[in-house]
Design a protein. Structure first.
Length: 268
């Protein structure tokens, strides 16, 4: 299996709960300011390259002692409840523990309530993932001009919408699906904000925990700069965003994208 096809598999697994396998955009719904971009692109970022199990113990950072986990989670929920749509560039780093390998990609993303999203990966990747709120479509281009590529389609109702993604798209609440705790933000390499750990109330094979890196400035309360997804095998999927734009009008046709008609259809 070549790396192009393997990347498709990883997308769908960390997307997690859409019910197919692969590397994910799940939870990439959070937005990051440009100040986090340099760290997002660096392979030395503590959040991704540190231990698979987040650090615990030791003195808490000032931000970690000033608020409760529930209050930070509530501020995140409130921030995105006020958001009708989001557009941003994304930078994604996936770490495979079994292969001890990092895979990096980037592109642009759009979200609009209710339940719509679109991910356009930059070349040479070129994948497109779209949900119109009812159906999920993922297209992966071919290796060359003679290869029409492959497409996966599934009704959203036949899948488990990723829990943390659901609240961003207007179909879920964090408190319904997760319990929370604050980690030592300084130990996690994010001393100016809060690192909120989300633990699913119901066990899921798709992830073990999720970390939100939340802005520590009261003027930007609830803004998530980074999302880190950790599964039970120690794989880590980190997503940072650049230049978020909120509440712009996004035409519905953007989410009605169709894969090329000659693309091969694959089943989960």
């Amino acid at each position: 299996m070549n790396s192009h096809r393997t990347g498709t598999g990883r997308f769908l697994t960390a997307l997690g709960a859409i019910g197919v396998k692969g590397r994910g955009l799940a939870l990439a719904a959070m937005l990051v300011s440009t100040s986090a971009l340099a760290d997002a692109q660096s392979p030395s970022g503590a959040a991704l390259n540190g231990p698979a199990t987040p650090a615990s113990g030791g003195a808490a950072s000032p931000s970690a002692t000033s608020r409760s986990p529930q209050s930070v989670a509530s501020s995140v929920q409130a921030f995105y409840d006020q958001t009708r749509s989001v557009e941003a560039e994304f930078f994604q780093t996936y770490y495979s523990r079994i292969y001890d390998k990092y895979t990096r990609s980037s592109g642009s993303v759009k979200f609009a309530k209710p339940g719509r999203m679109r991910w356009d990966y930059s070349a040479p990747n070129g994948k497109v993932i779209v949900s119109d709120g009812k159906r999920l479509t993922m297209f992966e281009p071919g290796e060359d001009a003679a290869d029409p590529g492959q497409v996966f389609e599934r009704a959203i109702t036949d899948s488990e919408l990723p829990q943390a993604l659901a609240f961003l798209t207007g179909t879920g609440k964090l408190g319904d699906d997760f319990t929370f705790r604050l980690l030592d933000a300084a130990a996690q390499g994010f001393p100016t904000g809060y690192v909120l750990e989300l633990l699913p109330k119901k066990p899921t094979p798709h992830f073990e925990r999720i970390l939100f890196y939340v802005d520590g400035d009261a003027k930007r309360a609830g803004l998530v700069h980074r999302v880190l997804i950790v599964d039970s095998a120690g794989n880590r999927n980190r997503i940072d965003f650049k230049g978020p734009k909120f509440n712009r009008n996004i035409e519905v046709k953007v989410f009605a994208w169709q894969a090329p008609k000659n693309a091969r259809k694959v089943n989960p």
